[in-house]
Design a protein around this ligand. Sequence first.
Ligand code: NAP
Length: 320
Amino acid sequence: MSEILIMGNMPDKSLSILKAEFTVHRAVEMTNFEKFLAEQGDKISAVATTGFVGIHNSIIEKLKNLQIISSNGVGYDSIDATFCADRGIIVTHTPDVLNAEVANTTIMLFLNSFREFSFNEAYVKSGNWKLEGMAPYSRSPDNRVVGILGMGRIGQEIASRLSIFNPKILYHSRSPKDVPYTYYEDLETMARDCEVLICITPGGLQTNKIVNEGVLTALGSTGTLINIARGSVVDQTALISALKDKRLGYAALDVFENEPNVPDELIHMSNVIVLPHVGSATFETRAAMGDLTLNNLIEFKKNGKVITPVPECLNLNQNT
Ligand code: NAP
């Protein structure tokens, strides 16, 4: 195992580490990627990619000797892991090392939404404070009923970091977890019972648009939707309609259906906060994610095992 294909960009430091271990081919530097796949695809035994870039099955099919895909990011909905596992290709991701950062970003969205920091900052910078006097009051983040959709690694970290605001925490996932919060089997019922709905599930077919018109309407005219999961989890058209019709009160969004395109309606609504998918985007956390991405590749090269396989590939890691 010695030739690697890198999809997307990679920091120089990581590239030099990989170059010490593998012969590196970079898709972004190729003028004719199809020609490369046809002529040299058979030599590639490893792929490094990211959760944003992923890798399409049609490319994987052309890499006949591929053994491992190491993806930077915990979400891997851009890679068909079942397709890979069926072909004996092990897929890895970067869980846990980003839990704290993504939870911090969620808390930031939660606080910003309730205390309206974006509005208030613009109020000063636009000169409105001088012209119009004191800014309007905002809502307190304390003592809220918060529903979390997805009580996994990050969902649990969010719940823990929210605790200083004394919330009542409800959650929905396909099965109950060993956590001290109230489980709801039905998402729409939970949305009716909470004031804030935080989405932190994986993307992909299973969760596609599960936050639909019914869920948004149930959350209600004073309710707040926070989406830090994937754009695909929320029906964006239904979200825009619900906000316009005042069936939903507020939205705070890190992710969108067709990134980096954000609909004008969302950009211009004063009750909507938008971020450019920066949930884990700090120097420190991105460095930790980058290290884990490389270490999965290096461990596999040395020992035939990886550190953090995706669940679909657990068996491959045990059997190698
Ligand atoms: P995780 O530990 O696997 O947790 C996922 C949770 O979602 C589990 O509680 C799971 O429980 C639940 N879930 C899965 N499918 C579901 C469904 N169909 N309906 C309801 N609940 C479902 O994953 P994690 O590490 O917390 O990460 C979660 C996701 O956050 C990632 O996959 C990624 O998409 C997103 N993320 C976003 C950013 C960002 O920058 N905005 C950064 C990191 C992660 P059950 O299996 O019991 O349903």
